[in-house]
Write a protein that binds this ligand. Structure first.
Ligand code: NI
Length: 392
């Protein structure tokens, strides 16, 4: 590993401070737009750095500007601050202290490393040739996302390029991954209520059993991806919840299915939704039942600008060498509200390796046992800083 770069050694000096911040956020996770505590700490840290800090942007976001005399170009660096509504199952000293709240997507690390980068860049502001905007946003994890509210409040005004890092548990710490073009999918969600007719479990002929109908629907849905979508397109349809019934001997009146559809193409997205509707109509008609679907369209495709992706790769290579960069990285079926920024201006979303098998950090994000190798904070802060330093 090449640690000779200035940004890496400056990030190294801030490592303990970034770890402290990350662990504090980790122990006190907040979700959605309710990230007041986290945002308060972010604002306090940024104010120490002699930056122009704005709070309550996009409801509870924080934005700080580092203005360089004579510079005309503006680059934005973005971190998300929200946790997930779930319990952490790790047994670590910095375990989440809040029930049903946990930083299982690493946004605690994103926030800490962007504060680290702000620290580095404000200390070497004499060397910079571009203005920098640090964006800390709430509510990445749930629709409608936090990015639209931030954009509405003007965070992209004057901005030429925007970058974000996300911790990536499939990549070892000290490596980066960068997609060219599409990086993350359109993450739609749906809820289907199947209404039959409840009755006694012993007299199914007098009832309309929504559970058996649900089973038929779930089976038929599998045919959409495997038999009806062009195999060269990427698509996922997953049922993640099924809820029905309260007793051993009662056929319930309704059965609720929830799940997600992931695509990279609006046409494929539309095609899947239509096929789902057809299947619901036909199967329920066959059984004199009915189905109502509430289908919610997710974030747009997260798109990495080609030129920015190549530039980010070259800059990252100065930190860790070309052979430590997965480029072009494989796109992924996850969704990300960074898509909204990258839809408006040139953007690049970068995977930051956080895996360390020897230390046992191997779990995927959103796993209740996800954790990361905190060495990645150094590589995160350093790359944020280099993206500014090497840009002109
Ligand atoms: Ni995330």
């Amino acid at each position: 590993m090449n640690k000779s770069s200035q940004s890496l050694s400056l990030a190294q000096k801030l490592h303990q401070q970034m770890i402290q911040l990350r662990r504090d956020f980790h122990m006190n996770p907040e979700v959605g737009f309710d990230v007041q505590r986290t945002a308060g700490i972010v604002a306090k840290e940024l104010q120490k750095l002699n930056l122009t800090v704005k709070t309550n942007v996009g409801k509870t976001g924080v934005v700080a500007d580092l203005t360089i005399p004579g510079a005309t170009k503006w680059i934005a660096l973005r971190a998300d601050m929200d946790a997930l509504p779930m319990d952490e199952l790790n047994d670590v000293p910095y375990k989440s202290q809040v029930k049903l709240r946990a930083h299982m997507c690493g946004h605690d690390a994103h926030t800490a490393m962007l504060i680290g980068a702000a620290n580095i860049l404000s200390n070497i502001r004499n060397e910079l040739k571009v203005n920098v905007r640090f964006i800390f946003q709430p509510n990445e994890e749930q629709l409608p996302g936090g990015a639209p509210a931030m954009i509405q409040d003007g965070v992209l005004e004057n901005i030429d390029e925007i970058y974000a890092l996300h911790v990536w548990p499939t990549l070892p710490v000290g490596q980066y991954g960068i997609c060219v073009g599409p990086a993350m999918a359109i993450p739609d969600t749906f809820e289907i209520t199947i209404t039959g007719r409840g009755g006694h479990a012993a007299t199914p002929h007098l009832a309309i059993d929504p559970i058996v109908i649900a089973a038929e629907i779930i089976q038929s849905f599998q045919n959409i991806i495997s038999r009806q979508i062009d195999p060269l397109q990427s698509a996922v349809l997953t049922i993640t919840q099924i809820h029905a019934g309260t007793a051993y001997n009662v056929i319930p009146d309704t059965c609720i299915l929830r799940g997600t559809v992931r695509t990279f193409d609006k046409k494929v997205e539309q095609q899947i939704k239509q096929k789902m509707e057809q299947i619901l109509n036909h199967i329920t008609a066959m059984h004199q039942a009915k189905a109502d679907m509430n289908y919610i369209h997710g974030y747009p495709v997260t798109y990495n600008d080609h030129a920015l992706a190549h530039k980010a790769k070259d800059i990252a290579a100065t930190l860790v060498g070309e052979n430590n960069i997965d480029f072009p990285a494989q796109k992924m079926m996850g969704g990300e509200d960074f898509a909204y920024y990258a839809e408006k201006i040139k953007g690049c979303y970068i995977h930051l390796g956080c895996r360390n098998e020897a230390k046992g950090f191997t779990r995927m994000v959103h796993d209740p046992r996800f954790d990361l190798d905190e060495e990645c904070l150094i590589y995160g802060a350093a790359l944020h800083a280099e993206l500014i330093l090497k840009n002109s």
